[in-house]
Design a protein around this ligand. Structure first.
Ligand code: IMP
Length: 181
């Protein structure tokens, strides 16, 4: 049987670059929320943010609680479907609490926009947004990212939590998928 063509993955952000940036983001977040009376709630968006969130929460020197939300917006395609659906909700109320939404990537911004709107209806004390990656231009500046790791070109990327058709999430770097010739 002929072997299936494997896509090539070109490193865009190395493991070391990501480690340094995540450490700085942790410091920024710790500084911003240093005087909270209750732990900051980090809400990771499944599944893409899991690797980033697990490193980020350990770079934050404050008490935090972890929550997760499941959202489906892409399927196996590399283009946004434009439809955002909550597949798993928070397990506890966030009313009166400070919440930081943690995303892997803001592409069109549709997911972030939908989630920020959803959270605001739950009356938290504040909601802010942290994303490892952003593709500038796609969201028309509509999404304010309070804590951003990297701005990247408009290419489809995988690794460090991001997938293509469910795989590559465990790569320790972020890379661009290139089709081999
Ligand atoms: P948005 O709603 O278009 O901003 O897309 C958000 C979601 O789409 C992200 O949380 C990712 O799960 C997925 N996504 C967007 N761009 C990429 C990419 O380049 N690689 C992998 N997943 C992506």
């Amino acid at each position: 049987m002929p072997k299936k063509k494997e896509p090539l993955i070109r490193v865009l952000l190395s493991k070391e670059e990501i480690e340094k940036r995540v450490a700085l983001l942790g410091q920024e977040i710790s500084k911003k929320y240093f005087n909270l009376e209750e732990p900051l709630i980090l809400v990771g968006i499944l599944k893409g943010s899991v690797i980033f969130l697990s490193d980020l929460c350990r770079a934050i020197s404050l008490p935090v609680e972890l929550e997760f939300m499941g959202v489906s917006s892409y399927g196996d395609e590399t283009e946004s479907s434009g439809v955002v659906q909550i597949t798993q909700d928070l397990t506890r109320p966030i009313k009166g609490r400070h919440v930081l939404l943690v995303e892997d990537i803001v592409d069109t911004g549709l997911t972030a926009k939908y989630l920020l709107k959803h959270f605001r209806t739950c009356e938290p004390a504040s909601v802010a947004m942290c994303s490892l990656l952003e593709k500038p231009g796609k969201s028309n500046g509509e999404i304010l990212i309070d804590f951003l790791g990297f701005s990247i070109p408009d290419d489809f990327v995988v690794g460090y939590g991001l997938d293509f058709a469910g795989i590559y999430r465990n790569l320790p770097y972020v890379g661009i998928v290139e089709t081999s010739t």
